[in-house]
Design a protein around this ligand. Structure first.
Ligand SMILES: CC(C)(COP(=O)(O)OP(=O)(O)OC[C@H]1O[C@@H](n2cnc3c(N)ncnc32)[C@H](O)[C@@H]1OP(=O)(O)O)[C@@H](O)C(=O)NCCC(=O)NCCS
Length: 197
């Protein structure tokens, strides 16, 4: 029998600091950063992240960061912004989603502004949030999923030490409504312990 977890009582840091990036739980004052980055990223997010169509005003960003603060406190969803340490520029977002506390397992998502790609920032962010999941959130399993066509996204998990676990055929529809495959990557606690031996 495992103990009944009470994630709401887990102590969590409000920021995760890496070599080049810092991840922070969203606060009210982050809404303009988020809105500007979504506007700059709309075209390249659209094929992979359909939520971008609804994210269509600064007011939406303001509502989003408020809602996410509530979900953060309840440990229902743990989204974080990604900032560059050097100049404080907002680069994009990541987070732990689809929490299943009975395992516990969770899934990482991510996106970057197009002009921030190609520097390894998301790989660094994924390593940070993976550490956060296995330590503070007591994860036993963390997954990362993407469309088989999203080659840039599929490049991230292996760089962060994740294993390709499955190709799930016709698991989703793409932005045009066509059936699409999903690549699933995973890290177990044993994998994590081995990496951090
Ligand atoms: C998916 C996405 C976040 C990947 O961004 P990315 O910059 O390619 O990812 P990384 O941060 O891991 O950077 C890797 C790139 O930086 C390069 N790089 C440079 N310095 C690096 C370093 N120190 N460490 C690792 N990679 C480095 C790598 O060679 C690689 O470049 P390449 O693809 O030209 O070989 C980005 O394309 C995106 O936002 N896409 C739209 C949203 C999306 O699809 N999200 C995922 C939905 S499942």
């Amino acid at each position: 029998m495992t103990e009944k977890l009470k994630p709401i009582l887990f102590d969590v840091p409000s920021e995760l600091i890496g070599e080049r990036v810092v991840l922070r739980a969203f606060r009210d004052e982050h809404a303009p950063d988020l809105w500007n980055a979504v506007e700059a990223s709309r075209a390249h997010l659209k094929p992979w992240m359909p939520w971008v169509n609804d994210h269509n005003s600064l007011e939406f960003s303001r509502e989003y960061v408020r809602r996410m603060q509530a979900k953060w406190i309840l440990r229902e969803d743990l989204p974080m912004g990604i900032w560059r340490k050097g100049d404080g520029q907002f680069l994009g977002a990541t987070g732990l989603h689809r929490m299943d506390w009975s395992v516990p397992s969770m899934e990482i998502g991510y996106w970057l502004r197009p002009d921030a790609r190609g520097n390894g920032y998301v790989t660094e962010a994924v390593k940070l949030i993976t550490q956060f999941a296995f330590t503070h959130m007591r994860a036993e399993r963390v997954t990362i999923c993407c469309s088989s066509k999203n080659l840039r996204s599929a490049g991230v998990p292996p760089r962060a030490g994740y294993v390709h676990e499955a190709t799930m055929r016709h698991e989703r529809r793409d932005a045009d409504g066509n059936l699409d495959d999903t690549e699933r990557f995973a890290m177990s606690r044993a994998d994590f312990d081995k990496l951090h031996g």
